[in-house]
Structures are given as structure tokens and as C-alpha cells.
Design a protein around this ligand. Structure first.
Ligand code: HEC
Ligand code: HEC
Length: 228
């Protein structure tokens, strides 16, 4: 009797898992259609590996590549952002002078979940899971603000939550909610797998593997201050 119950339980679990699995991929397939129908593909490519080889290739891009979106972003953040996009880069994409116009297209209704599922399915084999635990990391903080020029190009919440840092790179304010901690490390260690043509200096070789982990933990710990 006990065995039978166990077997039924296992079969039910299996059924549930298959239902979730196929439901998920149906949604992702719908999301892919929505992505094309809404013209997202006009500014973003979703098939890897990275296509750009020269600065001109990069300057011709109208938006960031999304072929590893599922490894880069956190799902909750992605869904919220697609429904209500707020500027990530302080400056307009590919510009060093103009402000980000903040006019990114919005999605609504069922399109949000479908496109989120589609993008979260686009993962990269270059991102190993479970390496970076986001944690307050004094060593990483010191690298970010003092030892390396990170803060010269990236905004972050500084002392007393004051918006600090430079504007030429994407804002890292609340990056711990937006980015997958393991992606941050993979990107720091091996930027060419994601952005072969880039403005950010390569730190691989400059920072030890341990410090790469420290800095990734620190960036992954950028979260909204808890309301008291
Ligand atoms: C006219 C070009 C254009 C179109 C059309 C467009 N995007 Fe974007 N997208 C951009 C730019 C530019 C950014 C960078 C925005 C920022 O930094 O604030 C961006 C950023 C993003 C990001 C974050 C990527 C990152 O690495 O920071 C996602 C996800 C995204 N777009 C999805 C979509 C989806 C889904 C659609 C279709 C509904 C879409 N985009 C339509 C230009 C476009
Ligand atoms: C000279 C300016 C500059 C410096 C210095 C710099 N970055 Fe960047 N960073 C950028 C730019 C620009 C990008 C966007 C991609 C690109 O073009 O390289 C970027 C992208 C990133 C991203 C991905 C953000 C996203 O949403 O796509 C992370 C994380 C990051 N940098 C962390 C760091 C850390 C940590 C340091 C210090 C060790 C650092 N950066 C130093 C300019 C800089």
C-alpha cells in the first residue's frame, strides 16, 4: 500500500512537471512571435554567438544583444522592466554625450510573461551556475570604489544612498536585482564571450580570480535599501 501510494505520488509529480515544462515552452514560443511582431528584433538580436567584430558593427546596433538574456537577467526584474522600462544606461545607447531618452517600447498584458519566458530561455553555456553568492563584501567594495576605476563609469548607491559614480557605463544601481550574480562573474572573467567590441576595459589578468569573485559579489549586493 505504501509503495503504491509512493508510485502514484511520483507519477503525479512527473505529470505536474511535464505540464509546467510544456506550458513554459508554449509561452516562450508565443513570446518569440510577440518579439518579432512588436519589432523588438529590429533593435536586438537573439541568436548567438556575438555578431559584432568591429567598432562600426557595434555602432550600427540599435540596442544591446539579447542572445544570453536568460543568463544575464533575473526573471522578476525582466518582467517588471518589460512592462515599465526605466533607463538602465544614463546615456543614449552608443552615445557618449546624449542622455538616454527613456523611450523604450513597453509591453502589456499577456505579452509580458510570454516575452519574459522567451528571453529567459536564451541562456549561455559560458555562465556557470552557483559561483557567486551576493553578500556584503568589503574587499569588493574597496576594489569598486578605490582600487579599480569601476565607479568612474558606473553609477551606484554610495554613502547614505547618494547616487554616485560616472555615467558612461550602464547604471549599476540595484544591479543585484537586475543581474544574475553568476553572469556578473562570467562577464568580468570573459567579456569577449558577451561583448567582443566594448568600451569597458578588460579586468581579466588585472584582478586575481579571488578578487573577481569579490567584485562580483559586491556588485550583486547592490539592492534597494530595506524600508524601515
Ligand atoms: C528602437 C530600438 C529598440 C526597440 C524596437 C526595442 N528595444 Fe529593447 N533596448 C533598446 C535600447 C537602446 C536598450 C538600452 C536601454 C537602456 O539602457 O535603458 C534596450 C534594452 C532592452 C533590454 C535590456 C538589455 C540590456 O542588456 O540592458 C531588454 C530586455 C529589451 N530591450 C527588450 C526589448 C523588447 C522585448 C522589445 C520589443 C517589445 C524591445 N526591446 C524593443 C532598443 C530597442
Ligand atoms: C571606462 C569605463 C568603465 C570602467 C572603468 C568599468 N566599466 Fe563596466 N562597463 C562600461 C561600459 C561602457 C559597459 C557596457 C558594455 C560595454 O560597452 O563594454 C560596462 C558594463 C558593465 C557591466 C554589465 C552591465 C550591464 O547591465 O550590461 C558590469 C556588471 C560592469 N560593467 C562592472 C564593472 C566593474 C565591476 C568595473 C571595475 C572592475 C567596471 N565595470 C569598470 C564601462 C566601464
Amino acid at each position: 500500500m505504501k509503495h503504491l501510494r509512493k508510485a502514484i505520488y511520483a507519477a503525479t509529480l512527473l505529470l505536474a512537471a511535464t505540464a509546467v515544462g510544456s506550458g513554459g515552452s508554449a509561452n516562450a514560443a508565443t513570446g518569440k512571435d510577440v518579439f518579432e511582431a512588436k519589432g523588438c528584433g529590429g533593435c536586438h538580436y537573439t541568436d548567438g554567438p556575438a555578431k559584432e567584430k568591429t567598432i562600426d558593427d557595434q555602432l550600427a546596433k540599435k540596442g544591446p544583444e539579447l542572445f544570453y538574456a536568460g543568463s544575464k537577467f533575473q526573471k522578476d526584474w525582466l518582467g517588471k522592466w518589460l512592462a515599465d522600462p526605466k533607463p538602465i544606461r544614463p546615456l543614449k545607447y552608443n552615445s557618449m554625450t546624449e542622455d538616454n531618452p527613456g523611450d523604450h517600447p513597453k509591453l502589456s498584458g499577456g505579452d509580458v510573461a510570454a516575452v519574459t519566458d522567451f528571453l529567459m530561455g536564451l541562456t549561455s553555456k559560458d555562465v556557470a551556475a552557483g559561483k557567486v553568492k551576493p553578500k556584503k563584501n568589503p574587499k569588493g567594495r574597496q576594489i569598486f570604489t578605490k582600487k579599480m576605476p569601476c565607479s568612474g563609469c558606473h553609477q551606484y548607491a554610495g554613502r547614505k544612498n547618494k547616487l554616485s559614480g560616472g555615467r558612461s557605463g550602464p547604471s549599476l544601481v540595484e544591479a543585484g536585482v537586475r543581474l544574475n550574480p553568476d553572469w556578473i562573474l562570467a562577464y568580468m572573467m570573459q567579456p569577449e564571450a558577451f561583448k567582443p567590441v566594448k568600451m569597458m576595459p578588460v579586468f581579466a589578468g588585472l584582478l586575481s580570480d579571488k578578487d573577481m569573485l569579490n567584485i562580483s559579489r559586491h556588485v550583486a549586493s547592490f539592492k534597494p535599501k530595506k524600508k524601515k
